[in-house]
Write a protein that binds this ligand. Structure first.
Ligand SMILES: [Fe+2]
Ligand SMILES: [Fe+2]
Length: 272
């Protein structure tokens, strides 16, 4: 199967099963086709993007002893994973001229996002809420509409959303464990480990695609579209170890820990 056909299956299927079905065939990229920028992914009726603020917000972790609250958390996180998957498919269609090695590598990341969506959806269901029972937002998808290049994608998704998730996965692992839900905690741990590879993938391609004379940090900041900014790539607690494991340079980590005022001065909510 061609990468383009795989991307179309993810973006144009109205069946969740098809969207998150793992690719079993060997993929080829012989006919990337013309650039197409899809405005909205096709989704099943119960997973349509809801109007702003209609989707439930993340329950406070102090209420995680209530299984329903944990189910809502997994429901929200399943939608984050599904949007990440859809954005990656969008990138395959929008940037057909990107290096084949990048496109093939992105498909590997997508297989992880498919698995993550399924893990959260199954866990939400086990806790009493089917994926699609609650309204879902389109925050990550909408941000991707600003991407004009692969470098914009790398700055926005792997280095900001997935970078932030290095911290969030550890935070949620702790919250679920504190609530006595070891299965939910284990899911977060597994996703955390994958996320290190996803951030590493982003860094690798930032280094390859940026101008040689430009620093990694400058390339990262230049390709962020407001409201994305460096402070959005950090969770409530900054974890250095997964960033080192992802191959981030000392300088990059230091800049992330202390963004310059004009790079991260707003107090606007993170919009997770
Ligand atoms: Fe994921
Ligand atoms: Fe990821």
């Amino acid at each position: 199967m061609e990468l383009r056909a795989f991307a179309e299956r993810v973006l144009l299927s109205d069946s969740l099963e098809l969207k998150i079905q793992r690719m079993s065939e060997t993929l080829t990229d012989e006919n990337p086709g013309p650039s197409v920028r899809l405005a909205e992914p096709v989704r099943p009726a119960n997973l349509q993007f809801a109007p702003r603020r209609a989707a439930p917000s993340m329950p406070h972790p102090s209420n995680f002893s209530d299984p329903r609250k944990r189910a809502i958390a997994h429901h929200i996180l399943a939608n984050h994973e599904l949007q990440a998957l859809e954005v990656m498919a969008w990138v395959l269609l929008a940037f057909p001229d990107a290096p084949t090695e990048f496109r093939m590598g992105l498909v590997e990341v997508m297989a992880d996002e498919q698995r993550h969506t399924r893990m959260h959806a199954d866990q939400a269901a086990d806790l009493g809420v089917q994926f699609g029972d609650l309204p879902v937002n389109c925050y990550i998808w909408k941000k991707a509409q600003d991407f004009q290049s692969v470098l914009d994608y790398l700055a926005g998704i792997p280095l900001t959303f997935e970078g932030r998730n290095l911290d969030h996965t550890l935070e949620f692992e702790e919250y679920f464990a504190a609530a006595g839900d070891s299965r939910s905690a284990a899911i977060m741990k597994a996703i955390h480990k994958d996320e290190i590879h996803h951030v590493a993938f982003g860094l690798k391609w930032l280094r390859i695609l940026k101008p040689a004379a430009q620093s990694e940090w400058d390339a990262y900041v230049e390709h962020l579209h407001w409201p994305l900014r460096p402070e959005k790539s950090v969770g409530d607690i900054f974890h250095e170890a997964p960033r080192i494991a992802a191959g981030m340079s000392r300088e990059f980590i230091e800049r992330l820990q202390a963004p310059e005022p004009n790079e991260g001065s707003s107090t606007e909510p993170a919009g997770r």
